[in-house]
Design a protein around this ligand. Structure first.
Ligand code: SF4
Length: 471
């Protein structure tokens, strides 16, 4: 009887060869590329007179550096113009499908591929962006890669990798009202640490995971990389198939039935053997916010910033660095911390469901004086849906800026940046020093609904109080 996990099955199905040195050569079913990590890779291909091996397994869009205010060409930023023009040229030359601005399908690469049905169970997926783990929400094995690996995949559609161990993270019970997938994943990273996942694939399972929507599952898998895991995944189920059905690139007619049978066969076996199992109780989690400079430095909304003594000895040095950089004191409550900027967007939380949750909080209220608040939809499709539902109007009426799709303040490669030591409430995934564009800017990661609540009060707030008031 098989004791394989989904990870084992997908890995074995895609393994081309064992390589000297112990790694495996793995076939990559879908390669997603964007403007920032692909130019050098195409340059290397040209130097070696190579062609893209499987253009039909490669898909391009633009997200990292695109401006979100004025997208008319040429862009004001020369570098952005140059990068996008280079991608346009490379895609044309190598016959790669390219979802450019205005195509109706442009957006953050990890938002676009699932919404088009390109991301499917049992696939191996790679992209030159760390948060490629997002696609694991569909039961695929998805890796973020560097530029030299982008080159390797363009040239051979394969990658050399060491096989990973598998840790199952079993989430018992259900999340309480007002607590989201973002809170759950921040809690997991806080409990296990940012390096615990090194050498592992994370399998998220249990009743709390089963209860999540596909978009919430993407938030969980998106941030598995922040816990050190090379990838994260969730076994496919009816929700996965319902989400995929009728999507542009999903299998059709007989192919759909065949695909369903195959996807079902890929699930981790009941008797699957894991290298490690962690169990946690999702019902105990409250809205969670980072207070430091790694996604592992987080606390519940009603908790105080931990003292050094409450922190594991291995993490005390980075905690000291965080106190100093963030200007927080141990013992200080995170609740009511004043906020300068609010950002709702990114591949973690820039999907339509995130905008809907945030809009519920913001409706008929006003953004606090002195707070600059942005909504940056994850894709053109998300923006279109939101407009159709009138969400843009709700945000604009409240005083938010409504922007065009892109990565924006997740990494601030474009003009959307913090200034000085501003504090940002952000629905993105990284709170590293300087991540949002100012060398001393400060980022508090939280759920999109929590960002919305902070935008209204001008302070870190408990979104559950808003929900209570609505009853
Ligand atoms: S939103 Fe952030 S993490 Fe996601 S693809 Fe863009 S830069 Fe990477």
């Amino acid at each position: 009887m098989s004791q394989d996990t989904l990870f084992d099955k997908v890995w074995d199905l895609h393994k081309v060869a064992s390589l000297p040195g112990g790694s495996d050569q793995l076939f990559i079913g879908l390669h997603l590329i964007h403007e920032v990590t692909s130019p050098q890779a195409f340059g290397s291909l040209k130097d070696k007179n190579l062609k893209v091996k499987f253009p039909n397994r490669t898909l391009a869009t633009v997200d990292h550096i695109v401006p979100t205010d004025n997208q008319s060409r040429p862009f004001k930023d020369n570098l952005a113009e140059q990068m996008i023009a280079t991608l346009e040229k490379n895609c044309l030359e190598h016959k790669i499908k390219f979802f450019n601005i205005g195509s109706g399908n442009q957006g953050i690469v990890h938002v676009v591929a699932p919404e088009l049905g390109l991301t499917q169970p049992g696939m191996t997926i790679a992209c030159g962006d760390s948060h490629t783990s997002t696609h694991g929400a569909f039961g695929s094995i998805a890796f973020g890669i560097g530029t030299s690996q982008v080159r390797d995949i363009l040239a051979s559609q394969t990658i050399a990798m060491n096989r990973l161990k598998v840790r199952q993270i079993w989430c018992e019970n259900k999340l309480s009202n007002g607590v989201s997938a973002k809170d759950l994943v921040l809690y997991i990273i806080q409990k296990l640490g940012v390096k615990a996942g090194v050498g592992f694939a994370y399998e998220f399972a249990g009743p709390a995971i089963n209860a999540l929507s596909m978009e919430e599952r993407m938030t969980i898998c998106n941030m598995s990389i922040e816990g050190g895991a090379r990838c994260g995944y969730i076994n496919p189920d009816k929700k996965t198939y319902d989400y995929l059905k009728e999507k542009l690139f999903a299998p059709k007619n007989n192919d759909w039935d065949k695909a369903l049978n195959w996807w079902e066969s890929l699930k981790s076996e009941k008797q699957a053997v894991y290298d490690d199992i962690i169990k946690l109780d999702a019902s105990k989690i409250e809205p969670t916010i980072t207070w430091g400079i790694t996604p592992g430095q987080s606390i519940g909304i009603n908790q105080t910033i931990p003292s050094k003594l409450e922190i594991h000895p291995d993490d005390q040095l980075i905690a000291e660095e965080a106190y100093e950089y963030m200007g927080f004191q141990p013992g200080q409550l995170i609740k009511n911390t004043p906020i300068d900027v609010c950002f709702i967007g990114s591949c973690t939380n820039g999907r339509i469901s995130d905008l809907r949750e945030a809009a519920k909080i913001v409706k008929q209220k006003k953004v606090a004086k002195n707070v600059k608040a942005f909504i940056v939809p994850g894709s053109e499709k998300v923006a279109m849906k939101a407009k159709k539902e009138g969400l843009d109007k709700i945000f604009l009426d409240a005083g938010f800026q409504w922007r065009e799709p892109g990565c924006s303040m997740c990494l601030a490669m474009n003009a959307d940046k913090l200034i000085g030591n501003q504090i940002s409430a952000s629905s993105s995934n990284r709170n590293f020093k300087g991540r949002q564009g100012s060398p001393n800017g400060r980022t508090l990661l939280m759920s999109p609904a929590m960002v919305a609540a902070a935008a209204i009060t001008g302070r870190v707030s408990d979104v559950r109080e808003f929900i209570e008031n609505e009853k």
